[in-house]
Design a protein around this ligand. Sequence first.
Ligand SMILES: *Cc1c(COP(=O)(O)O)cnc(C)c1O
Length: 352
Amino acid sequence: MITFYPGPSKVYPEVSQYLQEAFESGVISANHRSTAFMEMLEATISNLKLKLEIPADYEVYFVSSATECWEIIAQSLISVPSVHIYNGAFGEKWMEYTQKLTSGASSFYFDHNALPELPFASKLSGSELICLTHNETSNGTALPASFMGSLRSESDNLIAVDATSSMAGVELPWKAADIWYASVQKCFGLPAGMGILVVSPRAVERAIEIGERKHYNSLLFIRDNFLKNQTPYTPNILGIYLLNSVMKQVKPINELAKQTALRSREWYRFLTKNSYQLLVTNEAARSETVIAVANKKEKITQIKEAAKKAGITLGNGYGSQKDTSFRIANFPAISDQEISILQNFLVSAAVK
Ligand SMILES: *Cc1c(COP(=O)(O)O)cnc(C)c1O
């Protein structure tokens, strides 16, 4: 079975060997306050920052999921209502989680075939946190770097970005935002069970100003621990080991991103040529890492079932597009050969 599910997704084949190495190294039986663990944590963060080109003055913490990041941000970085600019199910969920904890989150919804309009964003007052979904996994859209850059230059607000299905697959304009997060089961090509939170010096300052320390996962408490190469609770040691191994293995993000861009152009060209209908018709709004194909419910069910019989798992539609679309992950761990297999299948299943 080969999988194009956009999370959990295909893990790098080398993970099999890393699992064995992790076992043999003894680190997964070691105490998380031991020197061996602390050195591994430090090396992992340093390899991650190197390969993903994260600015030196941004800090990296490991948590348990992207969902946990929604709560950490709501608890520790929001003092006046946040504004959530989104076009799909994940952006909406983030707003709802924040609403529950802060009771003030407001939303600005835009169409999945449009980009959010800047005049609205620049009207926000100085102290609000702007929340964006860099890559909306549910509908296959993404925010271009040009949008992120313009928003940054037009507003003084702290900006938080959900990059769960784009981090480690495309280049991120790190300096255009203050808080970035992802989980490892998408572009990182790793088994699920860990989240990665990246924060700018300004975000740290804001957390200190707010001073929230009520939770086991309060940002300042997490930070105190990470500054000593420790974690607030017993972490996913195996997950950290695997992340370090994969970060040592992968090419620098600028090279990896070229492959992602090339493959996505090829995917969109291929689908159009073979009369598949794309969910996102506006090219400027399309994601490079998650490609969504739309059709009538019966046709989608039929294609997914035929794919399953051919040994291929396609991603189900998500949220409001659940039954009327399928999704194809374009994550780095997927091989050219697997892409050819899926394309051959799609040629034969083509909907005219
Ligand atoms: C997958 C996903 C999440 C949720 O990730 P978890 O690891 O399950 O918490 C959040 N946001 C986006 C955009 C996602 O793709």
